[in-house]
Design a protein around this ligand. Structure first.
Ligand SMILES: [Zn+2]
Length: 238
């Protein structure tokens, strides 16, 4: 199966939904990638914003939904886990990197914009906290948390990995996503358009609710619905 996940699966881990009514974008202006690359002031603003959320991301633990997905993978049922989340919790739960596509990147690494080297965020945040200077790579390149910024394209290799899984899966499950951010929300449809069953579980409406491709729509908290369903499916006697 292709599993597609959004913010609704991580609220149970204490990660706020940035698009919700209390979302950070009500208070801050997003820094566009182009500005980050050109302006030291924009880099300071971006690192300051990321520093504000860092302790939440650093301390967050995977929950029962992340763990249920790992159980499915261990049972050989997962073609790919494609996530919009940047919290790194799928990897922390144990989803293998071979099966994981973090479409919008991850807060659990920092990436050099010149040489691509990826490093642990902790020391960079500590340095920024003390000096207010955005950190730079040993190569001289600009360092940025490894999330996809506004105005920055998704990685081609990630999109290809996700699309490939979507063309092989015989079941697609969307968990905790409003399915409103494209191109990410197109991924489950690639599978559904092939006629494979498409299950959507979310609390609140999604943009795919009215599509004929959706074969089962479950309303409610993913954490209440999905883990017990996985447990009972895997325990089903053959
Ligand atoms: Zn570098």
């Amino acid at each position: 199966m292709l599993i597609f996940t959004g913010a609704g699966i991580s609220t149970g881990s204490g990660i706020p939904d940035f698009r919700g009514p209390q979302g950070v974008w009500k208070r801050r202006q997003p820094v566009y990638y182009h500005d980050f690359m050109r302006s030291e002031g924009a880099r300071i603003e971006h690192w300051d914003y990321k520093l504000e959320g860092w302790s939440t991301f650093r301390d967050a633990k995977p929950n029962a939904t992340h763990q249920a997905i790992v159980k499915l993978e261990k049972a050989g049922k997962v073609a790919a886990v494609v996530t919009q989340n940047i919290d790194g919790l799928h990897a922390l739960a144990g989803t293998s990197l071979d099966h994981l596509v973090e479409l919008h990147g991850t807060n659990s690494l920092v990436e050099c914009q010149t040489c691509g080297k990826r490093t642990e965020p902790g020391p960079h945040f500590e340095s920024f906290r003390q000096t207010r200077k955005p950190p730079v790579c040993e190569c001289g390149g600009l360092l940025k948390p490894a999330t996809i910024s506004f105005g920055q394209s998704l990685r081609n290799e990630d999109l290809e990995h996700a699309q490939k899984a979507a063309t092989h899966a015989d079941l697609v499950v969307a968990l905790g996503s409003t399915l409103s951010v494209y191109p990410a929300a197109h991924i489950p449809l690639v599978a559904a358009h092939r006629g494979v069953p498409y299950i959507v579980i979310n609390r609140g409406p999604t943009e795919h609710d009215e599509l004929p491709e959706v074969t089962l729509r479950l309303e409610g908290d993913v954490g209440d619905i999905f883990p017990p369903a996985v447990t009972s499916a895997l325990e089903e006697p053959v």
